[in-house]
Design a binder for this molecule. Structure first.
Ligand SMILES: Nc1nc2c(ncn2[C@@H]2O[C@H](COP(=O)(O)OP(=O)(O)OP(=O)(O)O)[C@@H](O)[C@H]2O)c(=O)[nH]1
Ligand SMILES: [Mg+2]
Length: 226
């Protein structure tokens, strides 16, 4: 079985770069969040509405990952914040080296929030630390309320679950309470925010979550953050 040592080496190398990134984010007081979901759950839609609602004094940038196309970056550039697409060419997740490269030429001192939109996938991205402060998993009502039990790793590692597409609840078989129970079975402290990127429902709560995290960072000396 050669597969295990090779995989371990790749993950170890990733961890080293992720730690360097984490130190850079802390030193520059940047809140970095890593958005993870299955394809189409609404990561880009969440970012579109977030950027649209963002106080212009908040300095935000986005790195968005996909296997192919610049579609998501094109959607997000409209809001006037710095956005870069990372095209993995087949790899099913972003890794720390891709983030390091994606940040080249950007001054972290000029940023408050870095959003990372991972490649649409509930499995592989959970193994790759990107130096982020928080992983956020986006689950949509079209996917089924059993997903936290079937893909536990990402629900265990994420501190917040955004339940998107609540506007579809009248039309799909999805039990919100069951989804909440399933998520908390995997991760008892999981925070959960219900939103609709289409109607904007729940965005006050999501933006308040971000603001709380930003405020917490600015109150702590850089070396104590994290
Ligand atoms: N009804 C409804 N549709 C939504 C909502 N959010 C996103 N969508 C739709 O869902 C589809 C996928 O949304 P995206 O934002 O592209 O999803 P994504 O997670 O970024 O997709 P990938 O980057 O391909 O993984 C689009 O057609 C969106 O318009 C929502 O809250 N309600
Ligand atoms: Mg997207």
């Amino acid at each position: 079985m050669n597969r295990v040592p090779v995989e371990k080496k790749v993950l170890n190398e990733n961890q080293l770069i992720a730690e360097k990134l984490r130190i850079r984010f802390r030193e520059n007081n940047v809140l970095c969040v890593n958005l993870i979901s299955s394809p189409g759950a609404g990561k880009t839609s969440l970012l579109e509405r977030t950027l649209q609602s963002m106080d212009r004094s908040t300095r935000v940038a986005v790195l968005t990952g996909d296997i192919q196309t610049e579609n998501d970056a094109d959607r997000l550039k409209r809001f006037g914040f710095p956005v870069r697409q990372i095209t993995t060419g087949g790899t099913c997740h972003l890794d720390a080296r891709m983030i390091e490269k994606g940040l080249e030429g950007w001054s972290l001192a000029d940023l408050d929030i870095l959003f990372i939109e991972n490649v649409g996938n509930l499995v592989c991205p959970s193994s790759y630390d990107l130096g982020e402060e928080a992983k956020i998993v986006v689950l949509s009502t079209a996917e089924g309320d059993d997903k936290p039990l079937k893909y536990p790793s990402i629900f265990f590692k994420s501190e917040l679950m955004i339940l998107n597409k609540i506007d579809l609840l009248p039309y799909v078989r999805f039990d919100v309470e069951q989804a909440r129970r399933n998520a908390r079975r995997v991760h008892p402290e999981m925070e959960i925010i219900k939103v609709s990127c289409t109607s904007g429902a729940g965005f006050d709560e999501w933006l308040a979550w971000l603001n709380r995290r930003l405020t917490a960072r600015s109150l702590q000396p850089a070396e104590q953050v994290g």
